[in-house]
Write a protein that binds this ligand. Structure first.
Ligand code: HEM
Length: 302
């Protein structure tokens, strides 16, 4: 065991501002106070205990010698973290809807919309790769592809974009496979929205309410009619507000897909993907998919 740090915490006096993060005073004891250098044990700090920055900042293992690969890897890792937070928010929202707690559901959905904005902003460093820049490390990626992202798949499942075959790439990873298999069987966020509407007396068909949640959601004209009626009513109603935050989420997911498509197009043209797909042509088809479809089609009838 090493000895505790010999650095003594500065004397903050009686007026020290709690948690003041900056240091610009003339002497250590002058305000504004410097952070406490003596905090923490010999091996770690409370920040490290909470954030695990030492783990997070040592998970970068580029596969090529190309200096441009680091930002590709880190952007992908950053996006995985955003996927994780967004899945957390949508699960929180789905559970809240199940118990008719609309304020908690709305708060989680609003947070997720801000997080989606941050996720989409993370495209910036990769959005303008030239084919030669991407080629410099592309072959090192082997058959690795974002298509194999389990957390992205959970996002898609929560949106109702279910597919049992999407579990196949994860059969060698028991934890991810189990989480995805569970998510496949669970009602999506949209299923929970429609069940909540039915409990409030809206005419959501039985067939929609009792559908197999493990199957991809197919739009229904009666659900479209429900949303058209909600949207024709008071713009201050909580259901219009719910519809709008879900529309924000849908729009931002579609923007992520589109930004990904355009970045891919710029970086590799019409070449095949490392995951074995037709590349841009396949992504184009995926990007055309609607999120919460009746929220979009209902607008033509209001
Ligand atoms: C410019 C860099 C990128 C290129 C050229 C690219 C290319 C591709 C291609 C061609 C596919 C189709 C599957 C395949 O055959 O591989 C794909 C899928 C995918 N990529 Fe990327 N990608 C890039 C960056 C990223 C980043 C940073 C992420 C973040 C995690 C990501 C996540 C995904 C996901 C989730 C899919 C599956 C989409 C779906 O299932 O609809 N990609 N990518």
């Amino acid at each position: 065991m090493s000895q505790p740090s010999p650095i003594e915490p500065p004397d903050r006096g009686s007026t020290a501002p709690a948690g003041c993060p900056v240091s610009a005073g003339t002497a250590e004891s002058d305000p504004p106070f410097a952070p406490d250098l003596g905090i923490g044990s010999s091996s770690t700090t409370p920040y490290e205990d909470y954030v695990q920055a030492g783990v997070l900042t040592h998970l970068q293992h580029p596969l090529s010698e190309d200096p441009g690969e680091m930002v590709f890897l880190v952007t992908t890792q950053v996006m995985e973290l955003w996927f994780t937070v967004i899945v957390h928010e949508w699960r929180t929202a789905a559970e809240a809807l199940r118990r008719d707690d609309l304020p908690v559901a709305m708060a989680a959905l609003r947070r997720s919309a801000y997080e989606l904005e941050a996720l989409n902003a993370a495209w910036k460093p990769l959005a303008r790769l030239t084919p030669a820049q991407f080629n410099a490390y592309r072959s090192a990626l082997g058959e690795g592809s974002g298509f194999q992202s389990a957390m992205y798949r959970r996002m898609e499942f929560l949106l109702g974009e279910k597919s049992a075959s999407m579990l196949v790439p994860h059969r060698g990873a028991p934890r991810e496979h189990a989480e995805l298999a569970k998510a496949l069987q669970e009602p999506s966020l949209w299923d929970e929205v429609l069940r909540m509407l039915a409990r409030r007396g809206w005419a959501v068909p039985e067939a929609v309410l009792e559908r197999d949640p493990a199957l991809r959601y197919e739009p229904d004209p009666a659900v479209e009619a429900v949303w058209a009626e909600i949207y024709a009513g008071s713009q201050e109603s909580e259901l219009v507000r719910l519809g709008e935050v879900l529309t924000d989420v849908g729009e931002l997911v579609m923007r992520w897909r589109n930004d990904h498509l355009i970045a891919t197009w710029r970086a590799m043209g019409a070449k095949m993907g490392t995951g074995g797909s037709a590349g841009v042509a396949w992504l184009e088809k995926r990007a055309r998919k609607n999120v919460f479809p009746e929220l979009w089609t209902a607008r033509s009838h209001v």
